[in-house]
Design a protein around this ligand. Structure first.
Ligand code: HEC
Ligand code: HEC
Length: 257
């Protein structure tokens, strides 16, 4: 796909440099591959990698709150690779991602997390992603046959959203994450958008953030109306991204620019 300027008056050509980016298209490279050498060095050094502190906090929270029902976190090492899941409660089926599940368990024990980007929720997510490191991404339809069609529908909606033009820039996810992989966009290098490194510690945010927040940042990047945190569209997109990345290993929580 050749890049065209869809928004007259805004020189996207100037934003999306790197005309030889297309050779990367359709790659299965994780976002780590696109980090600058400095960030790669930071990521490899446990002493300076901010993710370490989040995982350690997650371990303490786990011991105090989760262990009595779940034993060691390693017993849930597949959880990060298998979410989002289609879950039925009270005759109502919906996609639940890992942070949703953590929050529903936290509510079960009387806690009141402040949304998906709550520090404790993200610490526990970081812990479960770190014990899931190396696990192959493997989202699956529910075991009960009634849920399979619904799961397929959710996946289909995610695939459609991924290809839908959005915002004032009038670009779809696929235009960047398939068509512009390797290109420089402002200060970033566009990756294929695989969900292997979440939750991410983004220097730009100075904190950890979930995939939900990253996807909203992409909506903001194309100047589209942001979906609410936890909205069905974000879960459908996450499911589609997980299916698209099926078989890729989780990298554990990663640093991003
Ligand atoms: C205008 C180009 C553009 C569009 C359109 C866009 N993104 Fe992104 N996206 C980026 C950039 C730049 C980054 C940060 C660098 C990177 O990791 O690719 C990013 C990051 C991501 C990441 C994190 C990858 C990682 O390893 O940290 C995911 C996942 C993602 N985008 C998914 C999406 C989805 C889903 C859509 C559609 C709703 C979308 N993006 C639309 C440019 C875009
Ligand atoms: C009182 C028992 C109990 C406690 C305490 C508890 N959970 Fe759960 N957890 C469950 C049950 C039951 C399920 C099965 C799904 C459901 O009913 O939500 C579950 C499912 C999960 C799953 C999905 C596992 C999978 O892959 O199938 C995760 C992740 C999880 N819990 C995380 C946590 C975290 C993090 C904590 C601590 C904040 C926690 N749980 C505390 C009972 C508990």
């Amino acid at each position: 796909m050749r890049f065209r300027c869809f928004w007259p008056g805004l020189s996207l050509g100037a934003l999306l440099l790197g005309a030889h980016a297309l050779s990367y298209a359709q790659t299965r490279l994780s976002g780590d591959h696109f980090l600058s050498p400095q960030l790669q060095a930071m990521q490899q050094d446990q002493d300076v990698n901010p993710v370490t502190l989040w995982v350690e906090k997650g371990q303490t929270l786990w011991r105090n709150n989760c262990q009595r029902c779940h034993q060691a976190p390693e017993t849930l090492s597949r959880a990060a690779a298998e979410h989002p899941r289609l879950v039925s409660r009270n005759n109502h089926a919906r996609l639940v991602n890992l942070e949703d599940q953590i929050n529903s368990c936290r509510q079960r024990i009387g806690q009141q997390p402040k949304g998906l980007e709550d520090d404790d929720t993200l610490s526990l997510s970081a812990l479960l992603h770190s014990v899931g490191k190396g696990e192959k991404i493997n989202p699956r339809p529910p075991a009960e046959s009634v849920g399979v069609q619904r799961w397929q529908d959710e996946l289909g909606q995610g695939a459609a959203l991924y290809a839908t033009r959005l915002g004032r820039l009038n670009l779809a996810c696929t235009h960047c994450h398939d068509g512009k992989v390797g290109a420089q966009l402002r200060a970033e290098v566009v990756s294929p958008g695989h969900p292997t490194g979440f939750p991410i510690y983004r220097l730009n945010w100075q904190t950890m953030g979930s995939i939900d927040r990253r996807l909203r940042a992409c909506y903001s990047g194309v100047q589209a109306t942001l979906p609410a945190p936890g909205s069905p569209a974000l879960r459908q997109l996450e499911l589609f991204l997980k299916v698209r990345a099926s078989g890729m290993p989780l990298d554990g929580p990663a640093i991003r620019r």
